[in-house]
Design a binder for this molecule. Structure first.
Ligand code: ATP
Ligand code: MG
Length: 591
């Protein structure tokens, strides 16, 4: 089973515990068989008048001290009953306790490594998976696995051992009567197995509908502003009602399936029981079975019928655990991003040199094509370009979030020979769409450096021009942001993201349109504060706003992945081109 090798690693250490649990299961089944035997013995040796012919019963009576003694001392029987019941209870406690503990430890191991694996995937691999699918693997598949292993697998083994031991007991008590007692069981077993196979399909459909409904609710909750602004509540409600109806239909289908199944299955069970009773009476009349034996067979068979019914269902359901295991393995087999291979002992100052760099997300077209430019360490590069021209793509190549073609040199070393850890530690990027965690403002700012002192945090907030806003929040730096706390404006979010990024000084810092949501004055404040920073920093500033870029040492203009212009602000406003056009439009706006 090489296929499941990765998951097997987590299960292997617990094989012995499962084996022990299985032994307990067998022991408990064997003890349970004693109950009908005692019952039969009691009837034949105390209530009834006839001698039992069955060997097990006779030896059991002899074990207790003979028929006469048992008759005199009923307490012995009672004590045996209590002792056996107690032992069964103890075993029934120990077995799930042990196997359950093993199962939860195993699934914790799998869950943790799936999470670690997801966190270690490269951006490219992350983009190739869907969130819903991963969520399912890391949560509901794990739950399925837990239920399967701790409950179904154990119960299945228990049931099988119970059935085997019951059969042995039955046939030693009375062969002919036992044959009749199990005559309908094969039909019951196969029928249940087949039924469960088909009902699993209906369950899958149900789960699909359920997931669909969840997605609708989720989408609706996060898009409530759009829904209300566009006055689409009615449309959303209809969409929900449709999905809800679909779910109700599936629910009804399942209910109908089970109604048919149970009525037929129960009919078969009771028919089986009736057969035993009828043939038992006939056989007793002809003297081939004692009342005690009949009672014992009846009691064993009565239980077994229901166990057989359950086993058929479990067996078919058990195949589902292999599906879950395969899905875990698929995730665990994915390659983690290698952060450490490559050069790490270089001192990064921040000189960046692009030479004929190309990059494409798909084979169809290049997001970046033949791009060349140089920024000296400590200087500022401005990047202007229409939307979709490749600006974000360009800057994401620098922290090695994606692989490039051509050559990018950082301080003279080819970028893809520098370890990812090294370059990422030395680069900060303020993303176009900043993400804030559902935590306090302080924790959000200190995300990259959790041990930062309050002074450091406040200093970063002041540079990002957000300190005064924070002081106006109800709990200052301890105010929680996001769903459970205050809602921030777009500009506040951006400035908080800037504070988070500049808290740790890195030789290279990238602003991906990170000043777009703040007003011009705030923009100037932030850039002035940043330039007063005592340590040199290479800055790449992407912006649509000329005033943000005009002081840069060099500006490049992008169009459809290519550089179409390069120069300083003064040079660019003198040449005809996109830069000048945008400058003129924005100048008119300002005037
Ligand atoms: P904007 O000013 O709107 O932020 P941009 O200049 O930053 O635009 P990019 O995000 O770099 O543009 O996108 C460049 C091109 O690459 C676009 O055509 C875009 O559709 C495509 N692209 C961007 N991200 C991906 C991705 N993850 N997968 C596939 N194509 C992408
Ligand atoms: Mg962008």
């Amino acid at each position: 089973m090489k296929k499941y090798s990765l998951v097997k690693k987590y299960i292997q250490p617990y094989i012995f515990i499962y084996f022990l649990a299985f032994l307990f299961e067998i022991l408990s089944s064997a003890l349970q068989m004693l109950i009908p035997i005692i019952l039969g013995t009691t009837i034949d040796s105390i209530i009834g008048s006839e001698e039992p012919t069955n060997k097990i019963m006779i030896s059991f009576i002899n074990f207790l001290g003979g028929r006469d003694l048992v008759r005199e001392r009923l307490g012995i029987i009672a004590a045996a009953f209590i002792l056996i019941s107690f032992s069964i209870a103890l075993l029934n406690f120990l077995r799930p306790y042990m196997s359950g503990k093993a199962t939860y430890t195993i699934s914790k191991g799998i869950r943790d490594s799936i999470y670690a694996k997801i966190s270690s995937l490269s951006i490219k691999d992350m983009a190739s998976i869907t969130t819903g699918d991963m969520l399912q693997r890391a949560s509901s598949d794990i739950t399925k696995f837990e239920t399967m292993v701790s409950t179904t697998m154990m119960a299945l083994m228990g049931n099988i051992s119970y059935i085997v031991i019951s059969l042995i007991t039955l046939f030693t008590i009375n062969f002919k009567l036992s044959l009749i007692s199990v005559s309908l069981l094969p039909i019951l077993f196969i029928g249940t197995f087949l039924f469960d196979r088909s009902v699993v399909k209906v369950f899958d459909e149900f789960e699909e509908s359920e997931a669909n409904l969840t997605t609708i609710v989720q989408e609706n909750l996060s898009s409530y502003k759009v829904v209300r602004a566009f006055f689409k509540q009615k449309h959303e409600i209809n969409k929900f009602e449709e999905a809800s109806m679909d779910l109700a239909n599936k629910d009804y289908k399942i209910m109908a399936y089970f109604a048919y199944f149970w009525s037929i299955a129960e009919f078969l069970c009771f028919l089986q029981i009736a057969l035993i009773a009828i043939f038992g009476v006939i056989m007793h009349r002809s003297g081939s079975v004692s009342v005690g034996e009949f009672t014992a067979v009846f009691a064993v068979a009565l239980n077994m019928v229901w166990v057989v019914l359950g086993t058929g269902r479990m067996l078919s359901r058990f195949t589902r655990v292999t599906v879950a295991i395969r899905r875990f393995d698929e995730v665990l087999e994915m390659d983690s991003e290698d952060l450490d291979s490559g050069v790490s002992d270089i001192d990064i100052k921040g000189e960046i040199n692009f030479d004929k760099v190309s990059f494409s997300y798909d084979e169809a077209h290049d997001a970046i094509k033949d791009l060349s430019f140089t920024i000296e360490a400590g200087k500022t590069l401005g990047v202007l370009g229409l939307t979709g021209s490749g600006k974000s793509t360009l800057v994401s190549l620098i922290p090695r979030l994606m692989e490039y073609n051509g050559s990018i040199k950082v301080d003279g070393a080819e970028l893809n020979t520098i370890s990812k850890r090294k370059i990422r530690e030395n680069t900060s990027i303020i993303l176009q769409e900043p993400y804030l965690f559902n935590k306090t403002i302080k924790e959000n700012i200190a995300y990259r450096w959790p041990d930062a002192s309050d002074e450091e945090i406040i200093k970063a907030a002041k540079i990002a021009d957000i300190h005064d806003d924070i002081m106006n929040f109800p709990d200052g730096y301890d105010t929680i942001v996001g769903e459970k706390g205050v809602s921030l404006s777009g500009g506040q979010k951006q400035r908080l993201a800037i504070a988070r990024t500049i808290l740790v000084h890195t030789p290279i810092i990238i602003f991906d349109d990170a000043l777009s949501a703040v007003d011009t004055q705030t923009d100037i404040n932030i850039r002035t504060a940043l330039s007063q920073n005592e340590k040199a920093q290479t800055k790449i500033i992407i912006s649509h706003r000329i005033s943000t870029l005009m002081n840069a040492d060099k500006i490049i203009v992008m169009k459809r992945g290519k550089k179409i212009q390069e120069g300083t602000h003064d040079e660019l406003i003198r040449e005809d081109g996109l830069y000048k056009t945008i400058y003129e439009i924005q100048n008119i706006e300002v005037d």
